[in-house]
Design a protein around this ligand. Structure first.
Ligand code: ADP
Ligand code: ZN
Ligand code: ZN
Length: 717
């Protein structure tokens, strides 16, 4: 009897056995349609076996094996298995999170195949074919001379049979070799980095490319990608935001003429995403550029992994399988014996610590790459003496005015969208809160709504106070919409562009805005962190930071690291071309060490002092963490579940610290109360061993209406 062992997307930590007479070893890594309850699900065959523990009367028969794409490789399955074990999720959930949505549906794909070619198994089988298999034989012989388009292969039935047998597979259309277009002569530091990385192209080595803003990290990536491609390999390039992909995709297309570049993000339509994924899978894509989900792209010829802005929190998936794409990217490089390059102007403290310990190799780009371009001068504007009016200090207003006079661009950074973060009644103190979250409703005047930025709940702006009837409700605080109003009033006639997730929501909007910025059609850009990350706007010579002090009062130990990275990144937008840049940071605490370090562009000393604090306090990267979270409509139920979970924890807790259940800092979101238990250990292995046992016990607990999950290496508390 043949048993297919199938990974299914169900929240149980096991594989499911089905009778599958047609299954063979060649089907490992193929999709199969199976009955589950009264549903039909698509799963991945991870093993084929002769036996099963499922009693014969309970064993169900698998439906068809889908052979619409080449099977997933053992390497890819090993990646999924590693992620499942490390993040303590069922393999089926990981596999399904990793597949593009189109492939999770129990229907065969109908994508055009460019060409077919013999597999190794096919080459071996050809001489052994019995002479009566005439059609198959003819087909294999035809393919032995090279990849061939389906149209010229004749009998579809014979083709299906040889694909099923694993003798023939889809391959990309043959094309001319690519050409790398060099645009700049590398400066010395870039050349040294490229030399170090390319010298390691045939083995694993992780590099931390710590390069100041504008130091030409992208150029280093491109040169390394060129070398990997020249060896017939594929490159994986991860960026933290969808917004960063179009520009980089353009650059890649321009610089690698003839190469196939695919983009993988959640913004793609289902078919486009499946096509891009398959292009990676069949080896047709030379470069896969994408956001965190692209870390799961199957890459049979992987030759180089690059993670740009590696410090960015967006690389951590915050729901479902809570993986870190940066960490999985390093795992992949290791598994494939190829280099990983992690780049940032403000590396994460984890990576910085690895570089110090020698686990990663540190490559530094201490200067800007463009001739004549220097790091901007950072000035701290003390708002205790230069009082901000409507958010703007006199110093910043003067600086913007001078840019307008000179025809240069200013960028004003305020990391808060909407008009005002809260609506207040001056008479009774009522504030507009979200009924579903422990959060205020943000005032949006553009469409006259109050909106929750956590759950999306929204209402019309009330005409009077719901508690006392007062009609004079006032906005408190400032968001980008309000600042836009102020700037428009202060600089009449100046061309303003507000850039936040409200103004860029519609597809293509951000791309159009970026074009307008680069073309010089806007004079003052104001916006949130969308503007801070990785963009190159050569006309910007002034950056103004409006209200960063709020973030100084950190809610968790990562607060300072995040704030420094954000401000350093946004400051780095200034003066990227010849004209010198200037950064003004408005603050009430100019003497604060974080601002002092920022003003001196002193990342390394800042990182060292943060690491010293973390070491003293026993925080990552000096300990490893995981949290067990529980969510319920009622906080008491969540806490009670966590208490039972603690009672069910394995008895052997050597080197593991388990803390009491506490509500999360944002306790309620979308009507659900959230609490968690923190587990810490100095040993990653001890923590992994403990979690592995604990999670088994957790699956056995009755949780009622409480939903729970483990988050390994959490970044939210
Ligand atoms: P980073 O990603 O390190 O902030 P970028 O890669 O965006 O920096 O490079 C900043 C600017 O410098 C870009 O406009 C790029 O074209 C330019 N540049 C990079 N390398 C060189 C070089 N060797 N010579 C001249 N200009 C360069
Ligand atoms: Zn009131
Ligand atoms: Zn809400």
């Amino acid at each position: 009897m043949k048993i297919a062992r199938v990974a299914l997307d169900v929240p149980l930590p096991k594989l499911f056995d089905y009778a599958c007479p047609e299954a063979g070893e060649r089907d490992v890594g193929r999709r199969v349609v199976v009955p589950f309850g009264n549903r039909s699900l698509v799963g991945i065959i991870v093993a084929v076996s002769a036996e099963t523990d499922v009693p014969a009367e309970k064993l169900r028969a698998a439906g068809p094996i889908l052979d619409d794409m080449p099977s997933l490789s053992r390497d890819w399955l090993a990646l999924a298995r590693f992620a499942a074990e490390y993040y303590q999720r069922p393999l089926g959930e990981v596999v399904h999170a990793a597949l593009p949505p189109r492939l999770r549906r129990p229907q065969p794909l109908r994508l055009a195949t460019a060409a077919y070619a013999l597999t190794e198994a096919g080459r071996a089988a050809l001489p052994t074919l019995p002479s009566r298999a005439r059609a198959q034989r003819a087909l294999l012989e035809r393919l032995a001379s090279g990849p061939t388009s389906p149209a010229s292969l004749g009998s579809p039935a014979a083709l299906r049979a040889v694909i099923r047998a694993g003798w023939v597979g889809a391959v990309p259309a043959p094309r001319a070799p690519f050409r790398f277009v060099a645009e700049h002569a590398l400066i010395a530091a870039q050349a040294a980095a490229v030399a170090a990385i390319t010298a390691a192209l045939d083995r694993y080595q992780a590099f931390l490319l710590a390069g100041v803003t504008g130091s030409g990290k992208t150029e280093v990536y491109l040169h390394c990608v060129a070398q990997a491609l020249a060896r017939g390999r594929q490159a994986l390039l991860l960026v933290p935001e969808i917004n960063l992909t179009p520009h980089l995709a353009e650059t890649l297309a321009r610089r690698f003429s003839g190469a196939r570049i695919v983009t993988l993000t959640s913004a793609l339509a289902a078919n486009e995403r499946a096509e891009a994924w398959l292009a990676a899978h069949t080896g047709g894509a030379d470069v896969v550029l994408g956001t965190r989900l692209a870390v799961f792209a199957p890459l049979p010829k992987l030759g180089l992994v690059v993670v740009d802005e590696e410090h960015d929190a967006s690389f951590k998936q915050q729901e479902g399988v809570r993986y870190s794409a940066r960490d999985l990217a390093v795992y992949r490089a290791h598994a494939a014996s190829v280099p990983a390059v992690l780049g940032s102007a403000t590396p994460s403290l984890e990576s910085w610590a690895h570089a110090r310990s020698g686990r990663y190799r540190l490559l530094e780009l201490p200067e800007r790459a463009r001739p004549g371009s220097r790091l901007p001068a950072v000035r701290l504007v003390d708002t205790r003496t230069d009082r901000a009016i409507d958010g703007l200090s006199e110093a910043l207003a003067v600086a913007i005015r001078s840019r307008l006079d000179r025809g240069e661009q200013s960028l004003v950074f305020l990391n808060r969208r909407g008009y005002a973060p809260v609506l207040v009644c001056g008479a009774c103190g009522w504030t507009g809160g979200c009924p579903r979250c422990t959060a205020h409703l943000v005032l949006h005047t553009a469409d006259r709504r109050l909106r929750c930025h956590h759950c999306g709940h929204e209402t019309a702006i009330p005409r009077h106070c719901p508690t006392c009837g007062n009609v004079a409700l006032a906005p408190f605080g400032r968001g980008t919409q309000r600042l836009e109003e102020t700037l428009a009033a202060r600089f009449p006639g100046a061309r303003l562009l507000r850039i936040d997730s409200d103004s860029t929501r519609a597809k293509g909007r951000w791309d159009a805005m970026r074009g307008a910025i680069v073309a010089g059609e806007a004079e003052i850009l104001l916006g949130t962190q969308i503007l801070a990350k990785g963009h190159d706007f050569p006309r910007v010579t002034l950056v103004g930071v409006i209200n960063a002090d709020a973030a100084l009062v950190a809610v968790d130990y990562r607060g300072p690291e995040r704030l420094f990275a954000q401000l350093h990144q946004v400051a780095g937008r200034a003066g990227r071309a010849q004209a010198p840049g200037e950064v003004l940071v408005q603050t009430r605490y100019p003497e604060h060490p974080l601002y002092q370090a920022l003003a001196r562009h002193a990342f390394a000393p800042f990182a060292e002092s943060q690491l010293a604090e973390r070491r003293a306090a026993g925080f990552p990267p000096f300990v490893h963490e995981a949290v067990l979270r529980a969510e319920s409509e009622d906080m008491r139920h969540a806490i009670a579940f966590l208490q039972r979970a603690l009672a069910a924890a394995p008895l052997s807790q050597d080197g593991i610290a388990l803390f009491d259940p506490v509500p999360m800092s944002l306790a309620r979101v979308a009507g659900r109360e959230r609490a968690q238990v923190l587990a810490q250990s100095r040993s990653r292995r001890a923590l992994q061993g403990f979690l592995g046992e604990w999670v088994q016990a957790l699956y056995g607990l009755r949780s009622g209406k409480v939903r729970w999950h483990l988050d390994v290496d959490p970044i939210e508390f």
